[in-house]
Design a protein around this ligand. Structure first.
Ligand code: FES
Length: 379
């Protein structure tokens, strides 16, 4: 047994007061979970402490919360590990290396109902419904079940592992800026059906998600959802799969997201660093053999982005007006740009895919598609 201090962000709506912090001392084995600690505090100190849970085994997805600032499941986080993290964070900020409280907060990007219980309706469930989370096959249904090759489902197994806990939504930085962003959980769910060979509305689904200004091109690749997901769903990877499928299906988008993506990869391939001003120009008016071919829409888009450029200048992201000229970009030290170019080439040649159930690379005969890892199966 060991002593831990939980610093819990509480909110009691009936009090009429704002949120406040309260500390609870708990005494339990370090291999038990943060949720166990909270339940002990609720049992021994304050029965009004609100926390949502059910299975206590990382299956039901009820106990999403922030632990030391990181979104995850209370029942899947060992309290001893949470303490180590709290100590490490305190040490990094010069507050001392040991004996720090484990900080527990409700999930982010969601209204708080009480203490650690959040309202997931508007930020999670409404968005899940938004992506039509069921199969849309054409034609008469078969007499018995739809039969598909097991291999054809491998691509969607990762998104099927989602337990709808909302940890990815809680950590999503894009959603912090744009609360209307469909979000990582719902888009991962969308890929589950886009990638399903039985679904007949693939193109319509992709068109819908690409045309929505809060859709697949609203993700900024911050990787937070990948870090937060307790089941290895890697929602950002599913969003990238949706973008690739949109491209394969010739789905254009009015948000310029596809052009932006193309411009991004083109610049990294060519320069090994991101020239933001060139990115802006190439996103709206891709140069053809070094010559600009701006359309009316491109000119309008470029002019519309002037306020963003000025904000970048004011905030110090861009240090001088000269840096705003496309193609004028400082060199990275040493051979860093060449190294980035080499990484790009390697990724292009190997087509690596991250999937919880497949290891290895495309074309790797020893670890080809269909070989399963020992990881857990989808729910
Ligand atoms: Fe079910 Fe944590 S209580 S996932």
């Amino acid at each position: 047994m060991a002593d831990f201090t939980l610093k819990v962000r509480r909110f009691l709506p009936e009090s009429g007061e704002g949120p406040y912090w309260e500390q609870f001392d708990v005494d339990l084995d370090p291999t038990l979970s943060v949720l166990d600690g909270l339940l002990q505090a609720k049992d021994r100190e304050d029965g009004s402490l609100a926390v949502r849970c059910s299975c206590r085994a990382a299956i039901c997805g009820s106990c999403g919360m922030k632990i030391n600032g990181q979104s995850g499941l209370g029942c899947k986080t060992q309290i001893g590990e949470a303490q180590e993290m709290a100590d490490k964070q305190a040490s990094a900020t010069g507050k001392g290396a040991e004996g720090n409280s484990i900080v527990i907060e409700p999930m982010g990007n969601m209204p708080v109902i009480k203490d650690l219980v959040t309202d997931m309706e508007s930020t999670h469930w409404a968005k899940i419904r938004r992506v039509t989370p069921w199969l849309l096959p054409h034609g008469e249904p078969p007499e018995r079940e739809y039969v598909v090759e097991p291999e054809s489902m491998i691509d969607v197994t990762q998104s099927m592992a989602c337990i709808q806990c909302g940890a990815c939504v809680s950590s999503c930085l894009s959603m912090e800026v744009d609360p209307d962003f469909i979000g990582p959980a719902a888009l991962a769910k969308a890929y589950r059906f886009v990638g399903d060979p039985r679904d007949a509305e693939t193109k319509e689904r992709l068109h819908d998600l690409a045309h929505d200004p809060h859709g697949i091109y609203d993700c900024t690749h911050c990787f937070s959802c990948i870090d937060a997901c307790p089941k290895g769903v890697a929602p950002m990877d599913q969003i990238m799969r949706l973008r690739r499928k949109a491209e394969e299906n010739g789905v254009e988008d009015p948000n310029n997201g596809h052009n932006h993506m193309e411009a991004f990869t083109k610049i990294i391939e060519k320069k090994g660093t991101l020239d933001e001003s060139l990115l802006l120009q190439e996103s709206y008016a891709p140069g053809v053999k070094g010559k600009l071919k701006p359309t009316k829409g491109a000119i309008k888009g470029l002019l519309g982005s002037i306020p963003t450029g000025l904000r970048a200048l004011r905030s110090g992201k861009v240090r001088s007006l000269g840096q705003m000229i496309p193609g004028v970009h400082h060199k990275l030290p040493g051979g860093a740009q060449d190294e980035v170019k080499a990484i790009y080439e390697h990724a292009e040649e190997h087509g690596e895919e991250l999937n919880l159930y497949i290891k290895g690379e495309e074309g790797d005969e020893e670890l080809g598609a269909g070989e399963e890892t020992t990881e857990e199966r989808p729910q």
